[in-house]
Ligand binder design. Structure first.
Ligand SMILES: [Zn+2]
Length: 314
């Protein structure tokens, strides 16, 4: 079997890709909820975030159950965040997008095994980026399992993206150093605090490992432009940029523990750049950068050729 034969049943392939994406994104919702809380992502099975009752399989269908139950839990009527549906639909759309843009662009004589491997790797990347974006937006931290794990996976599979190991390794190095040196070391020397977190540097390292240095450069520049637009929109709409609620609550819990003599909490507060409340004013506002980097990486995943044809040098 080669790829060209799938063209006969292209609507079937599209439907399967969309449903597949929604199902896995359902798991991404579990990751987004549990990983920052240091809970296992496999056990226990899904339960209601409000009352803890187990969720029956029938009420756990991606998108459909949320619509049927009108965004409320069957057990206790608690409101279920629309984030669950948004993530599930994102999974379906990204899965479909990878099939349309990446897989169907492969030569017609590509074996199904190779085409399937390309799809699975890119889909895994897309789901990891969605998880990272939502975790960073809520908690302002990017898990190493995603950034470092994704980098290693990218270094192991450059052939699936038609680049060599050298390109991937160079891209990863450029990505990390290109953020760490100016925005963490340099910025701290000039202004006494870092302009970005080490997690952001590791995320750009992942972009480089996956796409080579042009992908890392695009992630950083497009991420910065999008973050600026995001900040302007937030200021126009709300008049200010609020620190995520979970970050403030974590710091309050740590401060309380430190005041009661918990040495570990005290050290965590001193070492973590989020350990002090943000100063007043827009320039000191804390906006998570990870979601904007993830968005730029997804743009590159789906439209690198289009972007390269318009931006010379990349
Ligand atoms: Zn409930």
């Amino acid at each position: 079997m080669v790829l060209a034969q799938l063209e006969l049943s292209v609507w079937f392939v599209r439907a399967v890709a969309f449903v597949w994406g929604c199902l896995w994104a359902s798991f991404v919702n579990v990751v987004v909820h549990r990983v920052p809380r240091e809970m296992s992502v496999v056990r226990p099975a899904s339960h209601c975030p409000a009352c803890g009752a187990p969720v029956r399989a029938w009420d756990n269908l991606p998108v459909v159950s949320w619509l049927v139950l009108r965004g409320r839990a069957r057990c206790c009527g608690a409101r279920i965040s629309p984030r669950y549906v948004v993530v599930e639909l994102l999974g379906g759309v990204l899965s479909l997008g990878i099939v349309e843009v990446v897989v169907r662009a492969l030569p017609g004589d590509t074996t199904l095994v190779h085409a399937g491997s390309v799809f699975l790797a890119d889909f895994a990347l897309a789901m990891a980026l969605v998880a990272a974006a939502f975790i960073d937006a809520e908690h302002m931290y990017l898990p190493d399992t995603i950034t470092i794990g994704g980098t290693l996976f990218g270094l192991a599979t450059p052939g699936l993206r038609g680049i060599g190991f050298g390109d991937a390794a160079f891209g990863a190095a450029v990505g990390f150093v290109g953020v760490w040196l100016p925005f963490i070391v340099g910025y701290k020397a000039l202004r006494g605090r870092s302009g970005m977190g080490v997690g952001d540097a590791k995320l750009v390292m992942l972009a480089g490992a996956w796409f080579g240095w042009p992908g890392a450069a695009f992630a950083l520049f497009a991420g910065a432009i999008q973050a600026t637009i995001g900040a302007v929109v937030l200021v126009l709409v709300q008049g200010r940029i609020d620190e995520p609620e979970a970050v403030r609550k974590d710091r309050e819990a740590l401060t309380l523990a430190a005041a009661e003599g918990d040495a570990e909490a005290k050290r965590a507060l001193e070492e973590d750049p989020l350990g002090t409340a943000p100063a007043a004013g827009i320039m000191a506002a804390r906006l998570p950068f990870g979601p904007f980097l993830c968005l730029a990486m997804i743009e590159w995943l789906l439209a690198a050729e289009w972007i390269q044809s318009r931006v010379g040098g990349l």
